[in-house]
Design a protein around this ligand. Sequence first.
Ligand code: PEP
Ligand code: MN
Length: 257
Amino acid sequence: MVLIAGPCSVESRQQILDIAQAVRASGAHLLRGGAFKPRTSPYSFQGLGEQGLEYLAEARAKTGLGVVTEVMAPEQVPLVSQYADMLQVGARNMQNYALLHAVGESQLPVLLKRGMSASMDELLMAAEYVLSHGNRKVVLCERGIRTFETATRNTTDINAIPVLKSLTHLPVILDPSHSTGHWEYVNAVARAAVAAGADGLIVEVHTRPQEALSDGGQSLKPERFAEMVGQVRAVAEAVGRKLLSDEALVLKEKALR
Ligand code: PEP
Ligand code: MN
């Protein structure tokens, strides 16, 4: 199992360096952080753009963590690819076919998030766009779907994990941060996903969630992330899985190149 962690958005050089060090120390394998942010409101923080990508690259150099970051438009793929190790296609862009085409022509692995109202079949067809353009390195991400429930930001579709895994060979991970929208529920839902067979987790972590420019309320503080990793490791072992060791990660990366 692979753990991806980091802030929703890259906000400053110090912010991403501090968070990268913290999640690395707790056993994360990859660093997340948005430089181009798909915000619901055009007046919300839109991300630092290329400057944010540069900070991510510096965090990678300092920690050894690979970088996962979102690409919002086909014309951004060349720029983002200069800095990223994995391209994230966000929920709002799951059916942006021009973008799927562009990441399908890239050599980088793609983290494809399920649209907030997309069926599993639609997610799989979106993945098919990437695969059919030649990029076979696709990871599917359940990030919660829209339902009538308002107690949480979205509803975690735990079913998606075994169903998608039975329908495809692609790895399936869960984003419990967006699927719940509240930091208090992230750990419990992360454990549930691991028990259900998820191949990994992508979790928002922030050193000062109260001051975050996006998604602070659903971000774990580093110490809570550390606690989550310990519990996730125990659940993984209980169901015959393991968190990827650092050595295995290096070997896998080499094999993919
Ligand atoms: C994110 O990962 O910060 C994000 C915007 O996620 P989603 O596309 O799932 O809403
Ligand atoms: Mn977010």
